[in-house]
Ligand binder design. Sequence first.
Ligand SMILES: *[C@@H]1O[C@H](CO)[C@@H](O)[C@H](O)[C@H]1NC(C)=O
Ligand SMILES: *[C@@H]1O[C@H](CO)[C@@H](O)[C@H](O)[C@H]1NC(C)=O
Ligand SMILES: *[C@@H]1O[C@H](CO)[C@@H](O)[C@H](O)[C@H]1NC(C)=O
Ligand SMILES: *[C@@H]1O[C@H](CO)[C@@H](O)[C@H](O)[C@H]1NC(C)=O
Ligand SMILES: *[C@@H]1O[C@H](CO)[C@@H](O)[C@H](O)[C@H]1NC(C)=O
Length: 946
Amino acid sequence: MGSRIFVCLLLFSSQILATLALADSDDTAALNAIKSSWSNWPPDWKESDPCGWEGINCTDSRVTSIMLAGTGVEGSDFSDISALTELQFLDLSNNIGLKGILPASIGKLKKLTTLILVGCSFYGPIPDAIGSLDRLTFLALNNNSFSGSIPSSIGNLTQLSWLDLSYNKLNGTIPVASKSAMGLDMLLNARHFHLSNNQLTGSIPDQLFSSNMNLIHTIFDHNQLTGNLPSTLGSVKTLEIVRFDSNLLDGSVPPDLSNLTNMNELYLSNNKFTGNMPNLTGMNFLHYVDLSNNNFNASNVPQWITSLQSLTTLMMENTQIQGQIPVDFFRLPQLETVVLSNNNLSGILNIGNSYSNNLTLDLRNNSITDFMQKKDYSMELILVDNPICNTSGATLKYCTVENHHNNTFPSNNCTAKSCYKNQVLSPNCGCSHPYTGTLHFFSFSFSDLQNLTYYKTLNGALMSVFLSNGLPIDSVILANPTVDMYNYLQFSLQIFPSGQHSFNRTSISTIGFLLNRQQFPLQYYGPFFFIDEPYCCFAGSKKSSNAGIIIGVAIGCSVLVLLVIFAGIYAFLQHRKAKRASERSNPFASWDPKKESGSVPQLQGAKWFSFEDLKKCTDNFSESKCIGSGGYGKVYKGAISSGQLVAIKRAQQGSMQGASEFKTEIELMSRIHHKNVVSLVGFCYDQGEQMLVYEYISNGTLRDCLSGKIGFKLDWSRRLKIAFDAARGLSYLHELANPPIIHRDIKSNNILLDDHFNAKVADFGLSKLMGDTGKGYVTTQVKGTLGYMDPEYYMTQQLTEKSDVYSFGIVLLELITAKAPIKHGKHIVRAVQAELDDAEGSENLDKILDPAMGSGSHVVGLKKFVDLAMRCVRESAADRPTMGEVVRDIENILELSPVNKKMDTKISRSSHEEESNLSPLHSYDTEVSDVSYGSFPFRVEHQYGK
Ligand SMILES: *[C@@H]1O[C@H](CO)[C@@H](O)[C@H](O)[C@H]1NC(C)=O
Ligand SMILES: *[C@@H]1O[C@H](CO)[C@@H](O)[C@H](O)[C@H]1NC(C)=O
Ligand SMILES: *[C@@H]1O[C@H](CO)[C@@H](O)[C@H](O)[C@H]1NC(C)=O
Ligand SMILES: *[C@@H]1O[C@H](CO)[C@@H](O)[C@H](O)[C@H]1NC(C)=O
Ligand SMILES: *[C@@H]1O[C@H](CO)[C@@H](O)[C@H](O)[C@H]1NC(C)=O
């Protein structure tokens, strides 16, 4: 493979390099027009010849490619692009600031072969004119907000190989050709139909599939498709991955399906299929099958399962199967996970003695009465809610559900080393700014997320594709594998630069292009998309020829590469050493919140809201109700039916978390009830949305208040009270919550003030549960906000409660000085320490005190308070007090001042603004611009420290 790419690369890159020239004047005018309507373009776009600009490449003085993936460009006018009539490659993916309607004039780009707009903010319909781009081979519009129906004119794109429209708001039916219109059935060269996560309705036309097609992936899950699964699907013999899960399909599964003998992964779960359980005999390469939650006729455990020698994963939850499981079943060599919960399996369970030790077998809620290998068995077995556990066996291992701890993949052995400021330690012990994001896999052939083979394969494939494209990359870290609520596999990805501390724009856009263009083979993994986090710190443009090389490959090798790659991917799947599979069944799969019946999730007091409820109370999420935003999405203010004001945090597509994390987070937060912690009112998990509903806190953040934005000046007693409140909230999380919670992102922006200026700790977005690791710390990726981050945590990646104490110390210093933690490049701890050293023990602390408070001599207890703050920020975590001690110390300081005994709100106003006119921006979030390393500030992560 590598050598073929290399040959292509020689052939084509030299050809392109030879044809560089100054840009044509029309193209120059067009690019200048784009430049004037967009912002945040690369700094070198000031030079006169656009052919030399970062992200732009020319051939024969015409612009042939624009590659700006992940570079942070912003804009809403795309009409000028259409003047670049020689354009072949347009990749603008991962620029969340590109928003607007894709204009019909895009149809003028007749030479376009590759259009990638993954993860931008496009909305409105996909223009019909897309059908005139008849050279397109690769069209990826996924992860935007496109609406309306799929234009039938896409059927005109007969060269198209890759069609990805997933994660949009497309509705209407799937277009097929008729006398007057074209349709997707005409795309005979297409290998990929990715249409999942839209709002498509109607039935799947028989005509959509035919034996002339060459599809390998048909991914239609999470729509509202109805009717039967057409038997014509069985005629597309090339198919390897088929997902129709989470639709409204009914009728019986056509027997023709078993003609698809190349099938690797088949998902039909969460539909309304009836009739007999499909017979999958002959699908000898089937690795992953999910038939859960359908209304099949009652049947015994199908015998055909035992013939599927490649099977790793069998999901047949709630499929009406009954009787005993044949012992042969456990002899399948590659099995990793079998979920047969919520069925009528009965009798005695016999697993024989030739099963894999790493098998996970979930038989929850069946009628199994006994188990042959009660004592000596080594698989992960769950028999909860079976008669065998109702009797004396209740304490047996298989009658409890263990809390699975997921894996920590190898990271680095450089614990002694620390990095400067916001740099991160790479696996090779270098310090730099990694480019980070998440890979979302539409499908995958395994289920054992702890098996290092799968991790190493992915890591190796990424490194080799990056390096063979000449990118300056030191290493990559893949972490936090989770299966999200759509049954997609996610990995967080950090890519570290080599030879410099950060990537330039060309490297970033090349990485983005390589990932979302997916020109490389990946064993075990299906197709994916990459959503990044905005890169913090582009290096200046030092040009390399990466883009040219890639284009060379793309032009010259696309056919060859596609053929070789995709024919090869799944054929090569073979022996893997299975390990313990982790709990991966979708906790919401059988849970219909509309009925509010299911027992999961277990909430204490928090309420379920429908999407319609929240839409109504925010005027359809209107901008005027938006009170904040961040990497995860937006926060809206609204009033729920009880009249209570709430703040609604709405995750945007791409920053959704997996169902199990979302569930963990709401369960966790619903248990937190403390007057100094912002409480969760409810949540929404409906129509593909994830929202958290919090109590609305009227006076904004402590940061805003200290910076004078709000128009109030806080006097000393009020500051002490705020410190006291926040300390109590935090000590509650550390010492009284069960399990204890490390907040991980304490900062003045996450301390909210109510209308009596009582402080409440907000945002558990990065929180970490202290499970019983028995070690007193959890190992995590470093996350938090610049300026507040505990240096020791930073160095060791071991998170303890003392990391929060450090951040809280910074907040105390802010209360004293009103200064931001980092100002003019100087950290607040050093600045205060320097002043204290200058004062040489004298009691005069005026210099550090917020000028708004006047002279320090009137400030009772200031010395003690400064002292406490400095203890909190001590370098060694062991030397810092606990939050309980901090609370007591602040209480003692409060006692010193007679005024403070009665905590009346005494607020000195610096202006005469009406209180009711103040609507401060809330930050229920961690700001992305803060270079917080939080990949998804919306999530509570599972704990991988094991
Ligand atoms: C289909 O493609 C042809 C060129 O092959 C073009 O002339 C025609 O306008 C296209 N039709 C639509 C509906 O875009
Ligand atoms: C599809 O969505 C558009 C707006 O996005 C709406 O106007 C139209 O009525 C919807 N069509 C169907 C069939 O739901
Ligand atoms: C599936 O195979 C059977 C037997 O070879 C054949 O009769 C049937 O037409 C095939 N179905 C399709 C949809 O091609
Ligand atoms: C499933 O299909 C195979 C091959 O077509 C056949 O031999 C077998 O009897 C079928 N099994 C059932 C339960 O129908
Ligand atoms: C493409 O443009 C980049 C800069 O954006 C430059 O480094 C590279 O040499 C160009 N490649 C070709 C083949 O023109």
